[in-house]
Design a protein around this ligand. Structure first.
Ligand SMILES: [Zn+2]
Length: 557
């Protein structure tokens, strides 16, 4: 968020503990400590960004120094309070460790803390983003934390407490700030908006809150941005979406509906419509993710409270849609859009990636390796390795046979001790139909070259432009050089509908197939410069066989 839009946030920083939002557990403890004069000398405030850590630290710095505190609360009217409120007090220092990571800034604090405060009771040091301090800075700080002067209070604020060294951690009193809930934020921000004379629709406010994900600073920044852009007008949901480049929630209901019906065309039209409106693609993916997440909440929290920040009307719609969507589809949606969000930053075309993810979500069974349903499983990787090994083994068998034929000896002679021979024989049994598969593999180039540019076959032609086929167990493995565009891939994910009948027509069989995408260089090494088994020496083949089959191979002249 730009600095010009933090005015409202600074203005609305809580002046009293009773104004702190959603952190009742912390406020109560601090008030008790203030009233009973049992303050700690070092605090560690932990929590996500924008949840009020720095605001609470500033409040505490006034409360400990105020000349007329009431029930632990600062008066905000005495000279000391006013000085701190103006950021003009010499006794309250706020440093951002992200800007001053070095040991020098900490040394400055330590030297200064040797002198008692000039006014008020305490010197308060607020260190924001404390986890960013360097190791030497932490070491310097540690000495002071071990034996702090009675008039010094350190408040370390961090979003990442795990990066605070244990030695520092153990000397601080830790408070964990909670993310501010949507409902609490809604009431508070609606109050702020009214007090500031900003007119905003409830739906628009709800959208801003969900976009800011529990961070009050972000929420107020967006509100302020809307208020200055639409100065004097009522801020509607439409205007908010327009300004933020976000999409209306109805689009995501429609998207989930299209996915449920496996209507790929509808998915593409929805994306097209949003792209025409100039909506931001990664924002769209984030909103889609949030919609599927809300559907999940609606599905599992059927009665009572639901952890979704939305109007009653929207929640009813969510419940209705969630009831019709299978749980597996909701989970797949969440996985697909989270994965997409992770990949978008590397994407050449964000829109194509989004389209491919949506289409794959409609047709998970046909999406192949490019499908959006999460990272490849360990099982898939193993299957791939086994496939490779099988291919190597097949190549090896051919080579051994060829070599034996050349030498005029039966292949079995080279297969070592008789007790292992049986096992080797067993492996040689081929699954039925392998002759046909072999025929398809041999005739593959002629087959792919025969496609017309007709609309039905065009994606297949594009996809299979550079491909080979090989028998793989009882299936046909189609190996494609992976230069094809994601969209072609996604379209071809429905290839079986088109390619199988064509294959049946040409070869008279319709085998189970799988497409494997391999990188251009790998494809080249596999097919353009094939290792020629016949040229291998008998020694090489024997050693390879030993490694692969775990058998001893003896060579006889
Ligand atoms: Zn005061």
């Amino acid at each position: 968020m730009s600095a010009s839009h933090t005015v409202l946030y600074r203005k609305l920083r809580p002046k009293n503990f009773s104004d702190v939002l959603g952190q009742e557990h912390i406020v109560k403890t601090l008030i008790n400590q203030l009233k009973s004069n049992r303050l700690a000398h070092a605090y560690l405030f932990c929590g996500t960004r924008g949840c009020g850590k720095t605001s609470a630290a500033k409040l505490l710095s006034r409360a400990v120094n105020c000349e007329n505190p009431r029930e632990g609360e600062p008066c905000n009217a005495c000279p000391v309070c006013l000085e701190i409120l103006r950021d003009a007090s010499l006794n309250v220092s706020e440093i951002n460790a992200a800007d001053y990571t070095g040991v020098d800034s900490v040394r400055g604090i330590i030297e200064e803390s040797a002198y008692p405060p000039s006014s008020g009771n305490f010197r308060v040091y607020i260190i924001d983003e404390a986890h960013m301090l360097s190791a030497s800075a932490f070491n310097a700080l540690l000495k002071t934390l071990e034996e702090p002067p009675g008039y010094v209070i350190f408040i370390l604020a961090t979003t990442d407490p795990q990066k605070i060294p244990a030695t520092i951690h153990s000397r601080c009193q830790r408070f964990d700030f909670k993310r501010i809930s949507g409902a609490v934020m809604f009431d508070a921000v609606r109050g702020y908006a009214a007090a500031e004379g900003i007119k905003i629709e409830d739906e628009a406010l709800r959208f801003i809150i969900s976009a800011s994900d529990g961070a009050m600073r972000d929420c107020l920044s967006i509100l302020e941005q809307c208020a200055s852009f639409y100065f004097g007008e009522e801020i509607s949901l439409e205007k908010t979406l327009e300004l933020l480049g976000a999409s209306d929630i109805s689009v995501f209901f429609a998207l989930a509906e299209a996915v449920l019906k496996a209507d790929m065309g509808e998915c593409m039209s929805l994306i097209d419509g949003q792209a025409c409106l100039g909506r931001d693609i990664s924002g769209f993916a984030r909103q889609a993710l949030s919609h599927f997440r809300n559907l999940l909440a609606a599905k599992v929290q059927q009665n009572g409270n639901i952890s979704v920040s939305a109007s009653g009307e929207t929640i009813a719609l969510l419940r209705e849609q969630a009831a019709r969507l299978p749980m597996s589809l909701i989970i797949r949606g969440i996985e697909a859009f989270s994965e997409l969000l992770g990949n978008l930053r590397y994407a050449a075309s964000e829109r194509v990636m989004l389209e491919a993810a949506c289409v794959a979500l409609c047709r998970p069974e046909a999406a192949g390796p490019a499908r959006a349903g999460g990272a490849p499983q360990a099982g898939e990787e193993q299957a791939e390795q086994i496939g490779e090994l099988k291919a190597q083994l097949e190549e090896l068998r051919k080579a051994v046979r060829a070599l034996s034929e050349e030498r005029g000896k039966p292949a079995e002679k080279a297969a070592g001790p008789p007790e292992k021979k049986k096992a080797a024989d067993k492996r040689k049994l081929r699954p039925p139909g392998s002759a046909e598969l072999k025929k398809i593999a041999e005739g593959w180039a002629g087959f792919t070259g025969s496609f017309s540019d007709g609309s039905k076959e065009l994606p297949i032609k594009e996809l299979l432009g550079k491909s080979r086929a090989a028998p793989d167990g009882g299936r046909l493995l189609i190996i494609v050089e992976d230069g094809v565009e994601t969209l072609v891939r996604a379209r071809a994910s429905a290839y079986s509908a088109v390619i199988l009948p064509l294959m049946a027509e040409k070869f008279g069989v319709s085998p189970e197939t799988e497409i494997e995408y391999v990188g251009a260089s790998e494809y080249k090494t596999r097919f353009d410069e094939p290792a020629k088994p016949r040229e291998r020496t008998a020694e090489e083949i024997a050693r390879n066989a030993e490694g692969l089959l775990g058998i001893k191979v003896e060579l006889k002249d």
